[in-house]
Design a protein around this ligand. Sequence first.
Ligand SMILES: Nc1ncnc2c1ncn2[C@@H]1O[C@H](COP(=O)(O)OP(=O)(O)OP(=O)(O)O)[C@@H](O)[C@H]1O
Ligand SMILES: [Mg+2]
Length: 498
Amino acid sequence: MKFSELGLNDALLKAIKRSGFEEATPIQAETIPLALEGKDVIGQAQTGTGKTAAFGLPILQNLDKKEKAIQAVIIEPTRELAIQTQEELFRLGRDEKARVQVVYGGADIGRQIKSLKHHVPAILVGTPGRLLDHLKRKTIDLENVNTVVLDEADEMLDMGFIQDIESILSYAKNRNQVLLFSATMPKPILHIGEKFMHNPEIVKIKAKELTADLIEQYFVRAKESEKFDIMCRLIDVQGPDLALVFGRTKRRVDELTRGLQARGYNAAGIHGDLSQARRMSVLKRFRAGKLDILVATDVAARGLDISGVTHVYNYDIPQDPDSYVHRIGRTGRAGKNGISVTFVTPNEIGYMRTIEQLTKKKMTPLRPPTDDQALRGQLKQAESQIEDLLKADLSKYEDEANELLENYSALDLVAAFLKNLSKDSTDVKVKITPEKPLPYKGNGRHHGRGGRGHGRRRGNYNNHRRGNDNHRHGGNHGRRNRGEKRGSNHDFVIKKKD
Ligand SMILES: Nc1ncnc2c1ncn2[C@@H]1O[C@H](COP(=O)(O)OP(=O)(O)OP(=O)(O)O)[C@@H](O)[C@H]1O
Ligand SMILES: [Mg+2]
């Protein structure tokens, strides 16, 4: 559907055009008119289908330009996602000079306070912990807030965040509109959300699968001790443009990052223990394509929109099936293709089946590359390296080159050079501390959690998350072009399915 049919004003239509959006995605087409009318909306659609603009555009349109007060609050689960959302809304609202600010943990609160005082935003994006901090210090006032958005709503309403959300909502007591958006929306969580809403319209974009359509999903069955070598070989053979590698714990992420670096990959990690400055600089490099592989905990699982991510490797299978949907959803966005590979140890096969039941999509088994395939992959990388090398000024080497050519055949020399360039990265030994495989209790139930529809208790998952990757209260409490680019890009048409 055309954006012009949705009731949006000219300034926003201009911004949409500037962003290169040609048609509204189904979630946008269905939720924008409802949100413009002021209705409460629960919107569920696959990852990468433009949910941010679906809530952002109506908010921008409904702003009272003259009012000098916060009129909308958007709550995001991670700092990086809060920043990204602020940037997207700022871009879309630029023509109308909409004031959009972001607050998140790990950043100097004094500076945030000054900037909020100096320039009261109309739209405030933030993470729960930092928003509450400001509310308690009375450095923000939500009395005039009309709209509250919970992006990644199922995460925000889950055990880890729900109390914070309730508190924030109690400050925004004059609100007229609550919008919940996510790619996953388990029923029990949806019911919690409805408690804060008035006759919400539930818009669920029907799709055959919960995961995004354009992701080819594979799994590799491997022992814990084999996973790292197999992943390196897969990276060599698949030649991702940008790749995301998910690990279960912070230690995992650190070890995987060091291991990949030791083997010559241009990799860096992010997790909740790193300083915010570090997290931001790593992400910035990755977004700019200066980093080929980002290794992350689930801190990067949701919402991040980084173009060029062609591959997602689940080095550890996620403990929570919803997390799988979000993790792999970092690729296959906005009409582009993507590939995901999930490593599954023999004890974790049941976990994989639970994920498949949720997503309604089977993962295709992938054999680890053979020696020969790995070599082909490495040779391909070597060839592209040679192309780059040939671009440099090589005049200094010509005399020696001529000498070599007199003594050896050109064919032998090139073959020797290729042999040297295409070293098997698995020659460098890397030891990754084994993690216990996830215990599987059968019947799609694990960790004592009910299966879907049994009420979701995320005991272990949340404990783990809090213990190992607490990003809630933030602070308060080269091998690019190593092969062919994957993934032909489709035009961005997200078809509605029945
Ligand atoms: N109508 C459109 N046409 C083309 N691109 C779009 C359109 N709407 C949004 N996009 C782009 O698609 C990408 C994905 O959008 P967005 O991040 O909002 O997805 P999402 O549905 O929130 O995904 P996730 O569930 O992972 O958070 C962004 O780069 C965004 O700018
Ligand atoms: Mg999103």
